[in-house]
Design a protein around this ligand. Sequence first.
Ligand SMILES: [Zn+2]
Length: 371
Amino acid sequence: MRLGGYGSCKSFIGWRSRELMAERYDPLEVKRRLPFLDVLAHEGVPVRRSGPNYVATCPFHQERSASFTVYVGSDPAEDHAFCFGCGWPNGKPGDVIGFYQAKRGVDFAVAIAQLASLGAVPPSVKTEWRARENVSRMTASKKQLDKPALPQLRTLNEDEQEQLAKLRGLSVEGVAAACEAKRVAFCPWPAWEPQPCWLVTDSARYVAQFRRLDGAMFVRHDGREIKCWSKGSPTWPLGAGEIGEQSAVLLVEGGADMLAGYHFLEGFGRLEQVAVCAVLGASMRLAVEALPYFYRKRVRIVLDDDEAGTNAAARWTEQLTEAGAAVESFSLSGLTTKEGLKVKDLNDLALVEESAWLDPELKAAFLDWDF
Ligand SMILES: [Zn+2]
């Protein structure tokens, strides 16, 4: 069993998403499924038997002897520990959730979500029941989203894939994977002054966004310059209808970050299990029509490291949780690209010195999904 070290490196965003995560699992059920000794083994704390109990060198203070004592009950929910050296956890017996919080330096909500993931603990009956009701309500209220008229699309040829990979600082393999998934296509745009463009869309075709392959701006009729040109319903998360049997979803904002999602997941051989979804604007609420596709999925949101991104993460977490998804969100703060610029989004992360971003903890945050 593996546990992604996500909480420890980059922080979860937003109190609301923490609250929702904590609410989702029953602490008693988490403790019941995760005997203290299993978690100690997972956290690399060796124990030995001592009479009816177990002892370990305390992970919370420096010592030679083994003062950290684990009391194992007949019901794992009753397992607890106490350190006779440093007094952890300050007088009262500590349970496995408290231990995990202290060991990882995370709060209760994060600890319970990660432990639930480690022990494959299902969401509480109450949460599950509510999610099912929500999903059937959402499914019943389906209305038709606008479908924009799009010109003839074709797949990017090899040269264009290479050009796009270079433009975004991504691997050709990642771009090729996005092309193969029909998430990226080629199309000259706009009609009156066609430029070679790459566009992002999905099989539902509710929304599409064009960008020039040479990286330059479009000039609109009114003379305004724009970087990307969108058509259709931007509230539709691209790829929602294609999640299918995949158990996990990486949710990002914007077409370039979607490509970066493919870049990372392809690079780490995760495309089979993890679907990529992208919303084309952080100010959007997700289309209700899309939410049932996220039922019982594990969703990781990686958004731009700014206020809009933080707010979007909180909003989407709330919506997705209502639809029965388990949602975590990540901040990319504190990293810089090779050029020394602040990392703002997932595409920027691809521009970070490999040695920095291959830091095991950071890597785990994005790529360990505990299958
Ligand atoms: Zn101690």
